[in-house]
Design a protein around this ligand. Structure first.
Ligand code: SF4
Length: 258
């Protein structure tokens, strides 16, 4: 198992193929994970391995750390492509997430006006009005939809909050295109249950959901290191390529991470 926790409230910058030079904003504590899902593939580890008594980081602390880092980077002439809400769990579940978005947008405008502001989220809180409005204000609203099979979601993503797939599709559609759908494809087994969302049953229904959502983009990927739940394996490259081609045939840009 090779999982890790991020520093808090700011980590990086890291360089990614998707976002370029990206500075992470982690509203969760550095000591553990707080999420609305407990995905078997989570790179932060399973909840049971990452329990913490600490809560979300306060807005003042987030503001100070982000401003200090951005000001230092600007002073050193360091280029920044992206400010990304991610980290040890689910950023949108923080009670100050909407305010933190506004802080990030204002600091971006002041110190790195060319950078994008991105949110990576499970999407479980995206229907809450204040969260929805905040996600509409960011440049990249990246929300998860691993499958539309409720039993598969329950086994793989393991929601800890009420999660209804139909309602989730409606929530994603309610962004009127201001959403990038992110989906992990994988195979394998865990505790006697087999996993494979690359088969036609899963892919066909998921493509139909994309048509309803009308996202501005889709990102598909697979596990790229050992998962905390042993037994899950990569989806084959040709399966990902086939899925990406079908997404593009529907008219949606699709990025693939192998
Ligand atoms: S939604 Fe993301 S952070 Fe939360 S458990 Fe799943 S992979 Fe980990």
């Amino acid at each position: 198992m090779s999982t890790f926790l991020n520093k808090s409230p700011v980590f990086g910058p890291v360089t990614s193929r998707r976002f370029g030079v990206s500075l992470g904003v982690n509203l969760m504590p550095a000591t553990g994970k707080i999420c609305t899902f407990d995905c078997l593939y989570c790179e932060n580890g399973l909840d049971a391995q990452r329990r913490t008594h600490d809560g979300y980081t306060g807005l003042g602390q987030v503001t100070d750390a982000l401003e200090r880092t951005l000001a230092d980077m600007a002073e050193r002439g360091e280029h920044l492509d992206d400010i990304c809400f991610a980290g040890n769990g689910e950023p949108t579940a923080s009670p100050t997430f909407p305010q933190a978005v506004d802080v990030a947008l204002a600091l971006r405008d002041r110190y790195a006006p060319d950078a994008h502001v991105t949110v990576l989220s499970s999407g479980t809180q995206a229907g809450r009005p204040a969260v929805h409005a905040a996600l509409m204000r960011v440049d990249r609203n990246v929300l998860k939809l691993d499958t539309v099979d409720p039993a598969y979601v329950a086994a793989l993503d393991r929601p800890k909050v009420p999660y209804d797939v139909e309602r989730q599709i409606e929530t994603l559609a309610s962004f009127s295109g201001h959403v990038i759908v992110q989906t992990i494809f994988l195979r394998g087994s865990y505790e006697g249950r087999s996993f494979d969302n690359t088969d036609e049953g899963h892919v066909g229904a998921w493509l139909s959901a994309l048509v309803r959502i009308q996202p501005r983009g889709v990102t598909i990927y697979t596990v790229d290191r050992d998962t905390p739940a042993a037994g899950l394996t990569k989806a084959p490259r040709d399966a990902l390529d086939t899925i990406a081609r079908r997404v593009r045939e529907l008219g949606f840009p699709c990025a693939v991470g192998y």
